[in-house]
Design a binder for this molecule. Structure first.
Ligand code: THU
Length: 162
């Protein structure tokens, strides 16, 4: 047995103005995306925006359903739309915002586990690290790759190597 540990580096920002222009632009796009949120059941409106390698930004928002499970998170809505409309283009980064009543919460909007797994898929497909920006009005977190928010990740490519 060998005791080991995982160390995760990330950046923390107090405000939008502190962020790099491209990241700020992506957060603002996610806020625009949030306007499309359909969340009559939870009242929690989430927006996401994906930046592709050529600079294209694709927005998404959570879409709920009266049967509940068929609904989809903002992040997956954005990623699936980005992939469906731009096959073959690498994902560079994703920004996420959320809050009740189309507001943005003070604390960072963190993606659910299923969305993290989907991020992992597109990061592997893209062959380059994808950064994740979790926006909050008073605290924003930026991670530089999906492994940092989903350590010890499942990746079927690992299986093929066995
Ligand atoms: N939601 C997202 O859109 N993204 C997440 O990562 C977490 C949750 C949505 C799902 C549901 O419509 C609402 O937020 C409340 O859970």
């Amino acid at each position: 047995m060998k005791a080991s540990k995982i160390v995760i580096d990330y950046e923390e920002y107090d405000s939008l103005s502190e962020m790099e222009p491209l990241d700020r632009e992506l957060v603002l796009a996610a806020i625009e995306g949030q306007a499309g949120s359909y969340a009559p059941y939870s009242g929690f409106n989430v927006g996401a925006a994906v930046r592709l390698e050529d600079g294209t930004i694709v927005k998404g928002s959570n879409q709920e359903n009266s049967a509940y499970p068929p609904g989809l998170c903002a992040e997956r809505t954005a990623m699936f739309a980005a992939s469906a409309h731009n096959p073959g283009k690498a994902f560079e980064s994703i920004a996420i915002v959320g809050g009740f009543g189309f507001t943005q919460a003070d604390s960072p909007c963190a993606p659910c586990g299923a969305c993290r797994q989907v991020m992992a898929e597109y990061q592997t497909k893209s062959g380059r690290p994808m950064s994740i920006i979790m926006y909050g009005k008073t605290k924003t977190l930026k991670f530089s790759k999906v492994e940092d928010i989903l350590p010890v990740i499942f990746d079927s490519f690992d299986e093929k190597e066995r």
